[in-house]
Design a protein around this ligand. Sequence first.
Ligand code: GDP
Ligand code: GDP
Length: 434
Amino acid sequence: MSSIVAIVGRPNVGKSTLFNRLIQRREAIVDAVSGVTRDRHYGRTDWNGKEFSVIDTGGYVKGSDDVFEAEIDKQVELAIDEADAIIFMVEVESGVTGMDEEVANLLRKVDKPVFLVINKVDNNDRLAQAVEFYSLGLGEYYPISSINGSGTGDLLDDVVKALPEKEDVRVDDLPRFAVVGRPNAGKSSFINALIGEERYIVTDIAGTTRDAIDTRYNRFGFEFNLVDTAGIRRKSKVKEDLEFYSVMRSVRAIEHCDVCLLVLDATRGFDGQDQNIFWLAERNRKGIVILVNKWDLVEKETNSAKEFEKEIREKIAPFTDVPIIFISALTKQRVYKAIETAVEVYQNKSKNIKTSVLNEVLLPIIENNPPPALKGKYVKIKYITQLPTPQPQFAFFCNLPQYVKEPYKRFLENKLREQFDFHGVPISIYMRKK
Ligand code: GDP
Ligand code: GDP
């Protein structure tokens, strides 16, 4: 479970420049909202071995000062609700502005670590100018230059120190499922169809973090925990905020679960936001089951399910070995199948294949299809072992690990999947020197 750091501040101080520096080449999730608000970004990064998520709350608005103010309030509210630490960014060129004071007033009352960051301190002259920001009453500050990176190391050292230790200790060995998806995809309807009334609840287990709660169920003979998040404390009236909250909620739920049940609305197809959630689950190495919901609303022709499935698989490539189930939360069609499959994916994810079996099965295949020679050198894979990690990871020991390229690793992954059923589970392959 990783923590969330939010970057707030008025437009043009350099928030997205810092965000991009933190995320580097990693892909960010863009919450593209129409109209007044600029895109908001979410991404993951790590510093000193500690992983965390970053939100650039964006919030560029054209308009009067009142609109500005309302927008800044919303940004800060979002940060206060969802983040574990807040980076409040100002910039030295324009000095202290009224809007900076406004934000400082809001943040002084916050019971979370706040880091006052003065950006665009590109040289020593500007360092001297920065002292005027003491007037914001937020104490010590961090002079940085987002463009050239100076000062950002010291800032991050202190930010990660302030993040809570969220050890994700398991309370039991039951699978943890998270039901995720866009608003209105039918998540609550699915959960209702699945568990019906309260009587299926075995017990409430307070999660080890304040954000996620596991509730234990016994249904259709399966015992499992459903991960719920307490992310939305403030009910936003604004639709675009609702979307963003729901993204943040998914982020937390995904990080906390073993298997994600990604619910889609069949009448809308598989779109960018669905792809983002899928991508998040995959990057977090979680099991995935795709549930195409509202199937009762789709006019069926002979091949509609097949075609729909094909379209989804094209969009989730290269990780396509994922169950896709057509359900209706309304008529309860295949709800049992959905949960049965989720349990299977969990079992696949927990699978531990003995070294002797791995070698017996894979070495002959490798012998028949060895890695291509590179610069006249031959790679010899000697043995294979599964690493003792929570997600399936395999080490292939060989003489020249650096000579084994992506396509051959994909070949190995496909063979592993063919031989040992890792349906719904991301697997990792490492070449190691022996
Ligand atoms: P945001 O609106 O707060 O996200 O600000 P941006 O990241 O879009 O940056 C606004 C402008 O400030 C851009 O033209 C950036 O190139 C510039 N900028 C950002 N960081 C720095 C910096 O450290 N030094 C200087 N000189 N300019 C910067
Ligand atoms: P959530 O925001 O993802 O939790 O979505 P809801 O469960 O609140 O469902 C959104 C809307 O879709 C509601 O009006 C539901 O009645 C409707 N809905 C959900 N599942 C189905 C389904 O399988 N078939 C049909 N026809 N409607 C559904």
